[in-house]
Design a protein. Sequence first.
Length: 424
Amino acid sequence: MLAVAVERKPMTRSRWVAGLVALIGGLVATVVTATAGADSRINTAIAAAMFLIVAAALLAPVIIGPIVSMVTWPLARRSKSAAPMLIRAELTTGTRRVAATAAPVIAAVGFAVLLSGMVQTMAAAYPAEQTEQARGLAIVVPDRTAGLSDQVVLETGAGPVGTRAPLPTRLFVHEASGDVMVVDGIGSLDERYAVAGQAVLDEATARLLGVQSGDTIPVRFVDGRSEEFRISQVLSLDPARGTFVVPRETVRDHDPSALTDSVFVPEDQAPIEFTAGAMVTDAYNYALQDYRVDARLTNWLAAVLTVMAVGYSGLSVANSMAMSAHQRRPDTAVMKGSGGTVRQLLSVAFGESAIVVMIGSVLGLIVALPPLGGMAVGLSQVTETEVGLQVGWPTVLSVVAGCLLLASVSTLAVTRRVLGTPPG
């Protein structure tokens, strides 16, 4: 049994070349992920993971052999049963077949690790960035109301430098191309920005509108009236300041129904009591609440992508395991003729499937970690905070359990049929 079907050459030259090219491509894409822009970082991480998954599947025949030997050696050495020896022999002498059955497991677990890890990493990075930007501030937010009234804003003492009470409104301005664009404007009490007839823009908005400091720009408000503003400053992005800042009195004059979203005040000046409809929170909890909607949408998108990727890979797991069990008909017949019972042969088949799924899961985890690490490094640079590598372990463990279930059911079903034993 050990002498038959021995693979003298488990890897062809073309497979070696394709596997090494995919490996190099994955490593390069991983490095690029750490330096890519915010808009392309996710796509680059996915591309890196796909390259590494393909590389693992192509190079599996030379990787799996040593891994199988290492994993099964203690079982075969300590067990008094012949089953571990048979499992070890089947897996080590048919590495190409084992690689083919492990490939869909690598893909399923790799995508699960990548997608869940990206969501967890972003959920840790962006609130941390906003928390850092609001360090030293307390935030007054609505408490079961649509927004903060002007009375609440007055109670916070908003007005001096260091206190921000953004009053949001919609502004209609012309882009550099001539098209009208709707901008989220902010009415501010901060005397650094609230100067009559002047506006403060962030760099991205100024670039989009094609203006710079000193230019004059016409702005139409929600009531249909227009005013001209001179761009006094173009500053870097600051969520607490706003993208297009004008005096608060101007916004109130054009938009009487506008409500303040939040008020940023120094921690030592935060009021304790309000008339109604307001509460004080710290920077970290405010950042988590602000990211909640984005997190929910991201979680749903990741869940859909995970179900699609893992679903197709799960079908491949079931099919490949069933085909592998069917191809082992001669081996199964020999073992049955040698006195093996149905229970023993089914336990051997289950043991092989479990080990293949375990090895494929470990390889899937390994190939997905470098892209996730590159993404974490990139987010650390962008947010200027320490972002660690995150993995959604509940999702990953669920996918591993699903692969094990599919592999076991398909293998046992085909093996029972090959043995000619009716179900039950």
